[in-house]
Design a protein around this ligand. Structure first.
Ligand SMILES: C[S@@+](CC[C@H](N)C(=O)[O-])C[C@H]1O[C@@H](n2cnc3c(N)ncnc32)[C@H](O)[C@@H]1O
Length: 205
């Protein structure tokens, strides 16, 4: 499968086909912040890969974290930087490909929201290995697994983005040798595009 290019996403931004964008930070992130699930005592340095317009970068920065947003699309980087500048926030947004980016030092956490599902599935192993390298031992991966398949619709499984993050496939991708999974069912987070995400916090072993 050919990787999607920054041009593909640039056109989406330029033609306002950004149906994934909530126009505000995800309610799940805000809940995690309110409930202290995101706690600066667990570390300050957080990356937000594929950060798009930067709503979550801004929310995390406002909550006092040292945030690095990453996106390889110029329009996304420009919009996220503008948002931060206008809000007087210190977070940085770097134009980089998540498949090749190497942080100078490990992150305490990554907030992953619809970057995985924006990558073609043949890049998922490489991306999950990147996340495992980026996050220090004991650090956290806050992840929203996008659910795309609907009953009776196999078509949705192959056509993306967004690509369906089947939960069994996610267990194989973020495997028990590297990640500690929570017990119990994952929280369903409805998305305005009619789909939903499964919210999950994984701990890097
Ligand atoms: C579906 S959007 C999600 C944006 C944001 N996370 C949100 O939920 O609003 C996917 C974003 O990932 C970015 N992206 C896709 N592939 C990427 C890659 N290989 N490296 C960096 N950014 C990438 C796109 O430019 C786009 O901004």
């Amino acid at each position: 499968m050919t990787q999607l290019s920054p041009n593909f996403w640039q056109e989406k931004f330029e033609t306002q086909q950004t149906g994934w964008d909530r126009g505000q930070a995800s309610p799940q992130l805000m809940r995690w912040l309110a409930d202290d699930v995101f706690n600066p005592r667990n570390g300050q340095r957080i990356a937000v890969p594929g950060c798009g317009k930067g709503w979550e970068v801004a929310a995390l920065s406002e909550a006092g974290f040292e945030v690095t947003g990453l996106d390889y699309t110029p329009a996304a980087v420009a919009e996220a930087q503008k948002r931060l500048r206008e809000a007087g926030l210190q977070a940085q947004v770097i134009q980089a490909d998540v498949l090749t980016y190497e942080p100078a030092q490990p992150f305490d956490a990554v907030y992953e929201q619809t970057c995985l599902c924006a990558l073609t599935p043949d890049a998922w192993i490489a991306y999950s290995q990147q996340l495992a390298r980026w996050i220090r031992s004991g650090g956290r991966l806050y992840v929203m697994f996008m659910q795309v398949s609907r009953p009776g619709s196999q078509q949705e499984l192959v056509e993306g983005p967004p690509f369906h993050c089947d939960i069994n496939a996610m267990h194989a991708l973020f495997d028990q040798r590297q990640w500690r999974w929570p017990k119990g069912p994952l929280t369903q987070v409805p998305h305005k595009n009619g789909l939903f995400e499964l919210a999950c916090v994984l701990e890097r072993i």
